[in-house]
Every structure is written in structure tokens, then in C-alpha cells.
Write a protein that binds this ligand. Sequence first.
Ligand SMILES: Cc1ncc(COP(=O)(O)O)c(C=O)c1O
Length: 218
Amino acid sequence: MAAFGRVYNFSAGPAVLPIEVLQEAQADLLNYGGSGTSVMEMSHRSKAFEGIIKAAEADLRTLLSIPDNYKVLFLQGGASTQFATLVHNLTAVGDVADYVVTGAWSKKAYEEGLKLGVKANLAAKGDNKSIPAVDGWKLSPDAKFVHYCDNETIGGVEFQEAPEVGDRVLVADMSSNFLSKPVDVSKYGIIYAGAQKNVGPAGVVIAIVRDDLLGNTR
Ligand SMILES: Cc1ncc(COP(=O)(O)O)c(C=O)c1O
């Protein structure tokens, strides 16, 4: 048992937060930064909230050394919504997309692609315990993106580095290892992560998107 009667939580889901973080949040709950309200009571267009979201983005950019040609989006709908969102934003109906399945979550992403009218190509499939050798992946020459999951939360299959996919657009689900290690963002078209395990409240998802991929939504 830790201080304040708190338990240690080693589950793969929402993780332990440092006491100082909780205490700061607790204090801010009554009066955020002298604004006289909590974050839950203020307008999302207020100067106070603008400060919060700008600081969150700036901190994230520093932590991951995010290049200037990437946008940082704080979205709703959790990581699962991104399984569909990225298809809507990167493909037209009939386009080809490559999926690598190394566990339960990348399988869900693949199944969502199948539903949305892309030619979802299963470029490689693992045994839920290991990563199939990247040079054996059957990538399509005309794929609009290659999707994989950087850390399969349930099976624990984690990539140690970004897979080499040539000049294809690499899309990574980093929901359960986001901010746990340095990442070379420039190797990716899109990195997305549900916030609840590593960085914030459930329901928020962070997407880091290269500029040239924006504006092509169906
Ligand atoms: C790797 C991975 N991707 C996607 C999800 C789905 O996230 P959400 O519950 O935010 O939709 C999870 C959730 O546990 C996950 O671990």
C-alpha cells in the first residue's frame, strides 16, 4: 500500500499517476490558475482553456521532438475511432491499404478497414507472440498507408523501432506505449494513441499527423 492508502496498479489499462500530479489537479479543481473556476466549468474558448491546450501541445512537441510539419490533434472517441478516421482521411473507396496484424488491436483496425471500402491487404500476420520478419511483409506498391500497432497491449508484442516500409505512409497505433520511449516522428505519416493508459483521461485520443496528409478526407 502506498501513501494515502493508494494501491499499486500494474495493469495494462489506466496507470498510476504521481501524487504531485493528483495534488495539483485537486487544487486546480476548485480554482484553476486564479480563473475562479475549474477546468470542467470554464468555456472551451476561454483564454484560460486556450492556455491549457497550448501548453499541452507544446509539452508534447518537446517530449517527442515533433517536427514543425506535423499537426498535433487532441480528439474525442478514443483510439478505436481512429481505426475508421484514418481510412476516411487517407483513402478513397477502392484504394489499397496495407495492414500488419500482430495482435488483437491491429486486427480490429484491419477489420475496420475491410468495412470501409478499401482493399485492405493483410501484409503480414503474427502469432500474437512475435513480429513477422519485416522483410517478408507483402506490402502493396500502391498502398495509401501501412498500418501497424507499435505495442499490442494484450499480447505484449512491441516493436523496438519503426518498421522499414520505403516511402509508404506509415501509420502507428501507439496507445499503450505512447511517450514510453523516444520516437523518430519523421518516419511516420500518422501516430495516434488513446490517452488513457499513458497520458490522460479516457476518451481523448492524440493524433500526430504529417501536414501533407491533411485535407484529403472523403
Ligand atoms: C493498442 C490499443 N489500440 C486501441 C485501443 C482502443 O482504445 P480506446 O479504448 O481508446 O478506443 C486500445 C485499448 O486498450 C489499445 O490498447
